[in-house]
Design a protein around this ligand. Structure first.
Ligand SMILES: Cc1cc2nc3c(=O)[nH]c(=O)nc-3n(C[C@H](O)[C@H](O)[C@H](O)COP(=O)(O)O)c2cc1C
Length: 190
C-alpha cells in the first residue's frame, strides 16, 4: 500500500470483531513502531502487550469522561479496549528523551520529550496496523497512576498512551480536517 494512502485512509476504530491477532502480526506492528526516530536514538519506548481480558477490563475502567461540545461523555474507547483481543500500552523510560549525556534536560521542554518519541512510535504503529488490515484508536483519556499500578510499571518508566489492536468491525468515521491553508503559515505569523 502506498504510504500516502495508508496515512489518509487510517481511521480511529472503536468497534472490533472478536477475531484474534497472532503474535507474529503483533510483532510486525511493534517492529514498525520500534523503527520510529527518537531523541539521540534512545528508543525510550516500552510496549506492553495485554491479552488478558481481566487486565484489559481493569484498564478500560480507568478511562476518563471526555468533554465534547462542553458536555461530559463516556470515553468510547473503553468499549474498544474490552472488545479488541489485544491492548498495546506504550510506556516511556524516563530521563532518556530530552536529556544530555550529563543527565540534565537539554531545553525548556524539559523531561517531557518522551511524549514526542512515544507519539512517533504510536503513529508508526497505527499506520502499520492499518496497512495490515487492523484497527487502532489512540487513547489519551485515562488515569495514568491507576494503569501504572495495574501493569506494575517500575518507577523508572511511565505510561503515556495505549491502543486496542484488532480486526475492525466497521470502516471508521472520517473526522474531517481543517483546510490545509488554515494551518500553514508562510514565513512568519502576522
Ligand atoms: C493524543 C490522542 C489522544 C486520544 N485519546 C482518545 C481517547 O481517549 N478516546 C478516544 O475515543 N479517542 C481518542 N483519540 C482519537 C481521536 O479522537 C482521533 O484521532 C481524532 O478524532 C481524529 O480521527 P481519526 O483518528 O479517525 O482520523 C486520541 C487521539 C490522540 C492523537
Amino acid at each position: 500500500m502506498d504510504v500516502f494512502e495508508v496515512i489518509k485512509n487510517r481511521r480511529s476504530i472503536r468497534q472490533y470483531k472478536p477475531d484474534s491477532v497472532d503474535d507474529k502480526t503483533i510483532e510486525k506492528v511493534l517492529e514498525a513502531a520500534h523503527w520510529a526516530p527518537s531523541w539521540a536514538n534512545q528508543q525510550c519506548w516500552r510496549f506492553v502487550i495485554v491479552r488478558d481480558a481481566k487486565i484489559k477490563s481493569e484498564i478500560a475502567d480507568t478511562l476518563n469522561k471526555l468533554t465534547v461540545d462542553n458536555e461530559p461523555v463516556a470515553n468510547a474507547a473503553a468499549t474498544s479496549i474490552r472488545q479488541a483481543p489485544v491492548l498495546i500500552v506504550l510506556c516511556a523510560e524516563k530521563g532518556k528523551a530530552g536529556y544530555g549525556i550529563d543527565g540534565s534536560p537539554q531545553n525548556d521542554k524539559g523531561e517531557y520529550w518522551y511524549m514526542f518519541d512515544i507519539a512517533l512510535a504510536m503513529q508508526n504503529l497505527t499506520l502499520a496496523a492499518h496497512a495490515l488490515g487492523l484497527g487502532t484508536v489512540i487513547v489519551g483519556g485515562f488515569n495514568i497512576a491507576k494503569v501504572e499500578k495495574i501493569l506494575g510499571v517500575p518507577n523508572t518508566c511511565t505510561v503515556v498512551t495505549m491502543t486496542p489492536l484488532g480486526v475492525p468491525d466497521h470502516k471508521g468515521q472520517v473526522s474531517p480536517r481543517k483546510q490545509l491553508s488554515e494551518v500553514i503559515i508562510k514565513d512568519k505569523f502576522s
